[in-house]
Structure formats: structure tokens, C-alpha cells
Design a protein around this ligand. Structure first.
Ligand SMILES: *Cc1c(COP(=O)(O)O)cnc(C)c1O
Length: 417
């Protein structure tokens, strides 16, 4: 459920007509809905009921300061994968203590800043990393709380690029390696063991992979208990899918019920942390683009728009489907089945293929469900400025990131003397 609806045949974000936003900021632009972000966060939170839980929004899904701030105001924790994301969380008013630092390659400077700002926990992915963290923590005279990310070797049955819980993936440690790592961790002066972590992938649309992964995580936690290692938290990662087209992912309630039932059936009341990114931000954003021209050849009809793969790379990178709708119905428009393509010089530069649209040059289109892995995956390819980002809040809208100006694209560059 989101708050992008048609009122009198005009697409609105909450109470604001999209065309009003475009009049003010131009195209292409991302439009986010505060009410949708909040609704999704509360859905996850409520779903766990009285089972002890923490929600750590995965910052990488959408790291705009306004998005982080809206969630921080709800009391959300955060999951970060870089020092840059840590700086954003702090700038947005997030609590470092409620922040988990994940990722396969944490640099020493990132570990140092995380420890200095009091980051709540590190999810570690290798023994070497554990040693670096212990060393740096000892030097800073603190102890780092760590969970080891185990790789349960479960197929999340999602796109290969966003599947992370198979043994051929670079993520996490096998149970055997993880056990050795815990045994070493408890001897290390700079380390406090917090729990067990796991994240099997993204855009997961079934419960079975979660069930299988959690069984393995809980079996593993029992093994740790056998070694007198207390697990104070299960961090079960993110990954819950959203509906882009005809998927029917479990809702947060079904997802949470699966987790809490498995915990309770073993008589466990260990707190659970989850790290949803897409599930919170995905449906909370659209990309608005203007039709530049229509072009027909023998095979295809092209609807050429001013947004491109540099603004939204998911179709090119993951063969992802995004619904594309007319912002205002144009009864006079050219009805056709179009490939919706952008200005970038690549044949991979498409937003959608074979879409039935009724459009005319100058009309506006909205690409739906781009609130997660949309703007953040953008680039300046073809020296294109990244789009304006806007957040709607009821009847108002706010520019939360201005369109980049062309000069800024050349910042830091220089020519030879
Ligand atoms: C990407 C990621 C997430 C968020 O995944 P979503 O599919 O957006 O929910 C959570 N945890 C970790 C460790 C990740 O890498």
C-alpha cells in the first residue's frame, strides 16, 4: 500500500498533484511519500507485537537525509555498510547506538569512526575483520559488540545479483568457520559477543527461504550455547520483497509471524533485529519523467523520455520491471505499445519494454516503486545531473535534494598544467 493515487484522473503523492511538483522542480524527479515510509515502518514494527525486536532500516536502499530523518523520528535503528552511511545517519539525527555496521570490507578508518561515534554493533564477515576491529577497539579503549554473519547456504530464489546466502556468495561465513571465529572472538580484548547475524538476499517473495535460514541460524545458536557463548540477539537481516508487477510477497505480518513462531517453538525469547530496506522505501517513491518524443521504426515504437539508466539502473542491471503510468490521462495521446527509453547512449538504457501507453510529447509519466535502489544507484553517466528529490508530507512538498548543477559534476577535476 502506498500513497500515490489517482484523484480525478490526476496522479497525486498524498494530497499533492504530481504536476504541481513538476511545475516547481522540473523533470526528471524522484518523489517520496512520508506517509508511505511511516506506514511501512510501523507495519514491520507492529508485526512483531510484543516479541522483543528492533528495526534497523537498511540505509543503502535510500539514504537521502530526509528519508533517514523521517525514520529516525519514529525511533528506527539503522543498518549501514560504509563510513559514508554512518555520517548520513548521524547528520539525519539517527542514533549511532541503534546502528549496525554490516558489509564485507570495512576499512580501518570506517571502523575507527564507528567505534568513536558509538555504533551499536558490527556484523562481521571474516576473521581478519574481527582482528582489525579488536585491535582498533583496544587502541581506543572500548569494546566492540559483534555478531558474526553466517552464510546458511539457503537459496533465496531471487535474482542472482541480489542473492547473498548461498555458499558461492562472498557474504558471511560457513557455520564451521563462524564457530571458529566465535571461539577466537571471546578471547579477544576488544570484542564483546552480541549475537548471530544472517541476511540471505533481497526481493524475497516467499517465506520458505526465511524459514530454512532461521532454522539454521537457531541450530547454530544452540551450538554456540554448547560452547557457553550467549546469544543476546538474532539479527535476521532484510530482504522482504515488494510488489513491482505480479509478485505477491508475504506482508510484514506473515514474515514476522514466521520468525516469532520459530523462536517461540524453541522456547526462545532472544530479541530479534531486522534490517528491511526495500520493504520500507520501495513503494514510497516514484520517478517522474517527461515524454520527449515518440519514434517508430519497422519493429518497435519508442517513447523517449528524459529519465535514463543513470537515474534508474534497475531495469538495465537486474532486468527489473517497474510499472509506468501516465500522470494525467491523455485521451488524445498516441495509443501504442512502446519501449520507454532514455537519452543515454546504450541499448541497455530502457525504463520499460512493451508498455501500453497513451502519450504525446510533453506528457508526464511516473515510474513506480523506485523508492529503494533508485536514486542511490544513480550515476552521472553521460554527464547527466542526478535528479531532484522531493518529499511530500500531506498537502506540502519539500525539495530534499536539489538537482545537481552541471558545474558540480566537474568538481575536483583538473587539466594538466
Ligand atoms: C541490502 C541489505 C539489507 C536490506 O535489504 P532489503 O532487500 O533492501 O531489505 C539488509 N541487510 C544487509 C546486510 C544488506 O546488505
Amino acid at each position: 500500500m502506498d500513497h500515490f493515487n489517482f484523484i480525478n484522473s490526476r496522479l497525486h503523492a498524498e494530497d499533492v498533484p504530481i504536476s504541481n511538483i513538476v511545475e516547481a522542480v522540473g523533470t526528471p524527479c524522484f518523489v517520496y511519500s512520508r506517509a508511505t515510509l511511516e506506514r511501512h515502518w510501523h507495519a514491520f514494527d507492529r508485526a512483531f507485537g510484543d516479541y522483543p525486536h528492533r528495526i534497523h532500516y537498511a540505509v543503502k536502499a535510500n539514504s537521502n537525509l530526509a528519508v533517514l530523518n523521517v525514520l529516525a523520528r519514529l525511533g528506527s535503528g539503522f543498518d549501514i555498510v560504509s563510513g559514508g552511511e554512518l555520517a548520513r545517519v548521524i547528520r539525519a539525527g539517527g542514533d549511532p547506538e541503534q546502528t549496525i555496521f554490516s558489509g564485507v570490507c570495512k576499512q580501518d578508518w570506517e571502523i575507527t569512526e564507528a567505534l568513536q561515534s558509538g555504533v551499536g554493533a558490527f556484523n562481521i564477515e571474516s576473521e581478519g575483520e574481527l582482528e582489525s576491529i579488536s585491535e582498533i577497539a583496544t587502541r581506543l579503549n572500548v569494546r566492540a559488540a559483534v555478531s558474526v554473519r553466517i552464510n546458511p547456504d539457503v537459496d533465496a530464489r531471487t535474482h542472482a545479483y541480489i542473492s547473498t546466502g548461498l555458499k558461492q556468495n562472498k557474504f558471511g561465513l560457513s557455520e564451521e568457520r563462524a564457530l571458529e571465529t566465535y571461539l577466537r572472538a571471546r578471547e579477544m580484548p576488544g570484542i564483546l559477543i552480541r549475537g548471530v547475524a544472517c541476511h540471505i538476499g533481497s526481493q524475497i517473495t516467499e517465506l520458505a527461504p526465511y524459514r530454512d535460514a532461521l532454522e539454521k541460524v537457531l541450530d547454530f545458536a544452540e551450538r554456540l550455547a554448547g560452547h557457553a557463548i550467549e546469544v543476546k540477539e538474532i539479527d535476521f537481516g532484510g530482504g522482504l520483497g515488494v510488489r513491482y508487477n505480479d509478485e505477491s510477497p508475504p506482508d510484514p505480518e506473515e514474515y514476522a509471524r514466521q520468525i516469532t513462531e520459530q523462536m517461540r517453538s524453541r522456547g526462545l525469547t532472544i530479541p530479534v533485529a531486522i534490517e528491511p530496506g526495500r520493504g520500507i522505501a520501495g513503494n514510497a517513491g516514484i520517478l517522474v519523467t517527461r515524454v520527449h518524443s515518440l519514434k517508430h521504426n519497422e519493429q518497435s515504437a519508442f517513447c523517449i523520455v528524459d529519465a535514463a539508466m543513470n537515474d534508474l539502473i534497475r531495469p538495465a542491471l537486474y532486468q527489473a520491471y517497474h510499472e509506468i503510468v501516465e500522470v494525467e490521462k491523455n485521451e488524445e495521446g498516441g495509443h501504442n505499445r512502446y519501449d520507454v527509453v532514455g537519452p543515454v547512449c546504450e541499448s541497455a538504457d530502457f525504463i520499460g519494454k512493451h508498455r501500453d501507453l497513451s502519450v504525446w510529447p510533453g506528457d508526464l509519466l511516473a515510474v513506480r516503486t523506485v523508492g529503494a535502489y533508485g536514486f542511490v544507484l544513480g550515476s552521472n553517466y553521460n554527464s547527466r545531473s542526478r535528479p531532484t528529490e522531493v518529499m511530500v508530507d500531506g498537502g506540502e512538498f519539500h525539495v530534499v535534494r536539489a538537482r545537481e548543477d552541471i558545474g558540480a559534476l566537474m568538481n575536483g577535476e583538473s587539466i594538466l598544467p
